[in-house]
Design a protein around this ligand. Structure first.
Ligand SMILES: Nc1ncnc2c1ncn2[C@@H]1O[C@H](COP(=O)(O)OP(=O)(O)OP(=O)(O)O)[C@@H](O)[C@H]1O
Length: 977
């Protein structure tokens, strides 16, 4: 069916290269206030529009077939074969640069707003309709379109043959470097200086190079009719996607050419490819870009921007391409952050924080628009989320969508009641600064800087004429007001600047950007700082009613007018964003990539310095630890050493005491006991001595375990002796006055034959002394065993310490250990010696015992004989008279004998004291407060005992032996025995 439809008879090729004469404008067109009039309307040969098929006819035109798929050159499209003037039918694609001055003004399409209409009306009759013919033709005009088309080869992709412009490759991730013939692309190519279109660009290319400006990309999408009528109800509409044409044959009709016209059959993917794909790439390369959808409510703005799961729209497809670009550009690193806001009833809401703050019932902080020289106009405070994957980005946007306000309207069950703005900020920098020096040089940018560009994807709320509810009406009034302001600003846009250098309208007046939040937010894009692509959505059809049809038609025409005006008036001066170097200044501080890089560098430095410090600290810690361990070891060794020295000292003292004690005992055993005066007994002496030595021991060894054990040993010793001593005393007490006639019967609990003193005066008998000695001997043996144990332990400790000392290389320790080892050896020798001495003493004791017995026997015999002799000599009278002469003599003899012996003991003690005194003087022995002595081993300058010189105990012992021998020599009784 579509094949049979006649097409508008417009020349499609062979455009003139010069300005064409003005053509008369048809009345009907005039009445539209300058709206474009399809040539076909006034061409007799052209069928009526009502019969025409819409441009979405799927089959290629029959005759004459377009030579190329590109849009008509504007010179050709401006009029038909009949030479009719069609002011507004100049192809938008033929505006590689904005019209200027008067030409531009006159070429403006009629504004839907009152301001533009009168001007247009006044000028229309006198102004040539093809004002832009003087503009250097672009690659799309007659100078080279054929070649460019052949090269671009977009037709292959267009299955329905309606593509009017070359299309980029379809792959979402393809580069499509030179396949997009829009003004914006021309601009970009100028920037890069690349002859991407080669000869196809022709003079247009050269012109572009000269001023580097371009128009925005304006596309129109026709939504399928809800009633199933694809091409309009009254047959007045014609949509030709291939020619980018929308023609209306009704009231205020005309032909409208745009960069792209999408028919009802074009899907979202195709729409994206044509309106946004290139722009997204440019954004990734450093330009700011804005895509927005404009149109009446329910015409498919949201459908085009967001799409559906099966047919994703501009936003998801752009996101896919952004990440594809990042993947394809390994030489740069990127950082993406996204924000999402809506303008509802002239208030800005953050859709990303609304989903959190709003849910929690917290009022959102009011978001204001601010402006600075670097960022332009921006909303603050606005949540920005850094995203790392398409999924994450889509999720963020979906979250915002959830928060967006929608409501049911007459034309849309889920109408967006706000303008929604997704902003994706792209930061990028060379991965290795300076690596692409050549490239950077070409771009005139230093390597290493961060480029920041912004992609704004805007879904405007739909204009609405009538609303039922008050709320809808209020929303509608805000929406309409902001859209009206947008239209006004666009209508007033010009190259004029005011005295401050700010964009001004044609009369030099301020542009009313501030009249609405929307225009304020779009200020940067509208004033040319960014590449702009506008998608206008329309619906051709009645929407089921006559009233609806008329509303639709009016709205559709208004939308088309808006699109035309935007195409003509918005001029892009977009430049690649400057690279911010360092984090200095306001711009630098915003650049997260730079901030993060600096932060990373700082953190790395910190990490390194920390690692260094840690290393140092570890070393120090280790050293300190070593030193501590060393000190602990030394302390331990010192303690052990002290302990050992103490033990040895105690042992020495104890041994000495023993020796003294034994000596005293031996000497006592040689004596005959105390005489009748009872001045002292040997056991009494011993007891006293024992107590005193105990005290001294306690004083000398008041620390350590050895003390307790040794003290216990001493206690047992003293108790043994004390018991005997007590027993002795008690015997003294009972039998002390027994006189010569006293017998052993007076001593209880002593069954030994020797238990009774011969004098009955309490003097200890030899047997008692022997028992005491044996008990003492047992004590001594036990003590020696304890000593041996101690020494064994000391030896072990010393050997382990020696090994530690050797391991740690401490010569001094080894030296000390040597001395200790030597001491131990000496101790061993000493013990051996002592044993030998003890054996000697045992033997001596046995001998003494025997001698004592035989002496006692002899004494008894002697005394009896003496008594008998005196009795004989004195007679009975003498005895009765009690002459005491002889017995007194005998007693005197005995006493003198005992005194002699006592004297020898005293002498020996004296000798020992002298020896000790001698040692004390030489500093080898220190005398304690209570008479105890200790070896001055603690003193640091203590000389190690000479290997030749025997230890003091041995010396004492040997001296003692000598003295004993001397005493024995004086005491023939003992020796003879
Ligand atoms: N090209 C299309 N193909 C199929 N369905 C479409 C198309 N355009 C719009 N629709 C459908 O029309 C309805 C309204 O579309 P959409 O919500 O996108 O309109 P709108 O312009 O955003 O409206 P509003 O301004 O009220 O938000 C939706 O159900 C959508 O699916």
């Amino acid at each position: 069916m579509s094949t049979a439809l006649p097409r508008p008879a417009r020349p499609s090729n062979g455009p003139p290269t010069v300005a064409l004469p003005a053509l008369p404008v048809g009345k009907t067109r005039k009445s539209t206030g300058g709206l474009a009039v399809p040539v076909s309307r006034s061409t007799p040969s052209t069928p009526k529009i009502g019969l025409r098929a819409p441009s979405s006819s799927f089959l290629p035109p029959t005759s004459p077939p377009p030579t190329v798929a590109l849009p008509q050159p504007r010179s050709a499209s401006g009029f038909n074969a009949a030479g009719k003037t069609i002011r507004k039918t100049v192809s938008i694609n033929s505006f590689p640069q904005p019209p200027r001055g008067e030409g531009r003004i006159t070429s403006l399409p009629p504004s839907p707003l009152s301001t533009g209409v009168s001007t247009r009306k006044a000028r229309t009759p006198t102004t040539p309709t093809y004002q832009l013919s003087s503009v250097t033709p672009s690659f799309l005009n007659g100078t080279g379109e054929g070649k460019s088309i052949a090269r671009l080869g977009s037709g292959a992709r267009n299955s329905d043959g309606l593509i009017s412009v070359s299309s980029p490759p379809q792959s979402r991730s393809s580069s499509a470097q030179d396949s997009y013939s829009t003004s914006a692309t021309q601009y970009e190519d100028v920037e890069n200086g690349a002859q991407t279109r080669g000869e196809a660009s022709g003079t247009g290319k050269r012109m572009s190079k000269m001023d580097g400006k371009g128009n925005v990309l304006v596309s129109v999408r026709v939504r399928p009719d809800a009633g199933g009528n694809e091409h309009g109800t009254d047959g007045e509409w014609m949509v030709d996607g291939r020619k980018s044409l929308i023609a209306f044959n009704g009231k205020e009709g005309g032909d409208y050419y745009y960069d792209n016209v999408f028919s009802t059959h074009d899907d979202n993917s195709r729409v994206y490819d044509h309106i946004a794909k290139r722009l997204v790439r440019r954004v990734m390369e450093g330009y700011h870009g804005t895509v927005f959808a404009y149109g009446m409510t329910g015409t498919g703005k949201t459908f085009s921007m967001q799409g559906t799961a099966s047919s994703p729209g501009v936003i998801p497809l752009a996101i896919t391409d952004i990440f594809s670009y990042i993947r394809e550009t390994p030489s740069r690193e990127f950082l993406l952050r996204v924000s999402y806001l809506e303008i509802y009833n002239e208030k800005i809401h953050d859709l990303l924080s609304m989903s959190t703050a709003g849910q929690a019932g917290q009022p959102q902080e009011e978001i204001k628009l601010r402006e600075d020289s670097k960022r332009g106009v921006y909303a603050t405070p606005l949540k920005e989320e850094i995203v790392q994957s398409p999924t994450q980005l889509l999720r963020v946007i979906a979250r915002g969508d959830q928060a967006r306000r929608t409501a049911s309207t007459q034309f849309n069950a889920r109408s967006s009641r706000s303008h929604a703005v997704v902003q994706i900020v792209v930061e990028s920098r060379e991965r290795v600064p300076g690596s692409a020096a050549g490239d950077s040089k070409r771009q005139g940018l230093p390597p290493g800087g961060v480029r920041v560009s912004t992609l704004s994807l805007i879904d405007l709320a739909g204009s609405e004429k009538a609303a039922e509810s008050k709320e809808r009406r209020q929303e509608g009034s805000h929406i309409n007001k902001s859209l009206l302001t947008l239209g006004t600003v666009i209508a007033k846009l010009s190259d004029q600047k005011d005295k401050d250098g700010k964009p001004a309208d044609k009369d030099g007046k301020h542009l009313p950007y501030r009249d609405s939040k929307l225009t304020r937010l779009l200020q940067g894009a509208l004033s040319g700082n960014s590449l702009v692509s506008i998608l206008c959505t329309i619906q051709i059809g009645s929407a089921g009613s006559v009233a609806g049809a008329s509303t639709h038609t009016n709205e559709t025409i208004n939308t088309l007018k808006f699109a035309s005006r935007a195409k003509n008036n918005i001029v892009s001066h977009a430049k690649r964003a400057e690279e911010a170097l360092g984090a200095d200044g306001d711009g630098g501080a915003r650049v997260l990539l730079e901030r993060y890089r600096m932060e990373i560098l700082e953190l790395r430095k910190e990490l390194e310095s920390q690692a260094k410090n840690n290393g140092k600290r570890e070393n120090e810690d280790e050293k300190e630890k070593d030193a501590k361990e060393e000190r602990a070891r030394e302390k331990q060794a010192e303690y052990r050493h002290e302990e050992q020295m103490l033990e040895m000292q105690l042992a020495r003292t104890a041994l000495k005491e023993r020796i003294d004690h034994l000596n005293r005992l031996i000497l006592s055993s040689k004596s005959t006991g105390v005489n009748a005066s009872g001045s002292y007994s040997s056991l009494g002496m011993h007891s006293r001595f024992s107590q005193s030595s105990m005290r001294s021991s306690l004083t000398a060894s008041n620390v350590g375990r050895p003390l307790l054990e040794r003290t216990a040993s001493m206690t047992s010793t003293s108790s043994t002796i004390g018991r005997k001593s007590t027993g002795h005393r008690s015997s003294s007490g009972t039998g002390g006055t027994g006189g010569t006639g006293g017998t052993g019967d007076t001593i209880p609990a002593v069954d030994d034959e020797d238990s009774v003193g011969e004098f009955g005066d309490g003097t200890a008998s030899l047997a008692a002394q022997n028992r005491a000695l044996q008990a003492d001997l047992a004590d001594k043996n036990r003590y020696i065993q304890t000593l041996e144990k101690r020494l064994l332990q000391a030896r072990r400790a010393s050997s382990s310490r020696t090994s530690v000392g050797i391991a740690s290389g401490k010569g001094i320790l080894v030296g000390e250990d040597h001395s200790v080892a030597t001491l131990i050896k000496e101790k061993d020798a000493e013990i051996l010696e002592l044993r030998a001495r003890l054996d000697d003493k045992d033997k001596m004791l046995a001998a003494l015992r025997t001698a004592a017995r035989s002496r006692d026997n002899a004494d008894r015999v002697d005394s009896r004989a003496e008594i008998r002799a005196s009795q004989v000599m004195d007679g009975p009278g003498a005895t009765s008279n009690g002459s005491p002469t002889k017995s007194a003599n005998s007693l005197v003899r005995q006493v003198s004998h005992i005194r002699k012996r006592t004297k020898s003991v005293d002498e020996m003690n004296k000798m020992l004291d002298e020896m000790i005194q001698d040692r004390v003087q030489t500093g080898l022995i220190i005398r304690g407060n209570r008479g105890s002595v200790r070896v001055a081993s603690e003193s640091k300058d203590q000389k190690p005992p000479s290997s030749n010189e025997p230890p003091i105990q041995l010396q004492l012992l040997s001296k003692q032996r000598t003295s004993l021998a001397a005493a024995d020599a004086q005491n023939p009784v003992a020796l003879e025995a």
